[in-house]
Design a binder for this molecule. Sequence first.
Ligand code: ZN
Length: 321
Amino acid sequence: MRGDVSPSIEGRRYWKFGWNDLGGLPIIGKTDYQPKGGAFRMFAEGVFRAGHLLTFPAQKTKGKLEAFGRCVYCGRQKDEHGQPLRLTSEHIIPEFLGAGLELPDASCPTCQKITATFESSIAQDIFDPVRKSFSLIGKDGVLKKTNFPLDIGRETSAHEFIPLIHFPTILVLPMLYPAASYSRRPRDADDPFNFRMFNINADPKALQKYAIDQFSSQAIDMVRFAQMIAKIAHVYAMHHLGYGTFKPLVADFVRTDFPPGVRCKSHFEYVGCLWQAKDAKSPNLHEIEIGKIDWNGQSLNAVRVRLFASCDMPSYYVTVG
Ligand SMILES: [Zn+2]
């Protein structure tokens, strides 16, 4: 085996991938998956029928959809005193990922606070070095930080700060099992299947200069990651399909705060990957596709969300309602 998957001390909410042997790193500029091999269990899964496709180019473009006029998460237009809520704009894909498409008047202050909290922790914990390496333009332009913590611990985390020029940046996203809402997978199963990784610049020779012979990917908070994917799917579905046209399945999950360390058991109930649906090569930075998933005699509105499609990252499928 070329590496191991070590759940961190908090339990099964946080997952990282450790390269204990730098010879096991993917080739720079290539996509790979790890760990390799081993037996796994396939689950019967639904079928995605693709509909409307929305693509995001590598160069950030700004755009505004039609104002929504109520909170997409809690549905409110007024507060408890009957006063109109101050609604803020929602980015369809988080702005820190270099996407500029907004849905105006779409989030109330209460829901906005929760979604902003998980988005900023995901941005920093998983994507900072990747954003910098790809020069993704966020709210304040390209990230100004120049040093990033590298996790050189094995079972627990131990960080060393490395300047970006030598920081081994690898885009790592989880491959998931099909979600419980469209497969035979149990509702509370919370482990990822494996990790898809694109090596941006991790060079074993450069790391030897720092006496680093092993390191780990950023630990992925699977609960907040699933919330981020569900949020993208939900917000775009609300815009595209329209308020009141379907019974939302993930709105409550998206607007629930899960502080670090708190366990959550059903974050993969609506968010997962489909094994039968193969991803094509794509020139797009990100993709969103509205469609349906047929499963168990039912047909649910579903959204495919593929971040870093041009790096051959996986599509996530979310049943939105
Ligand atoms: Zn709200």
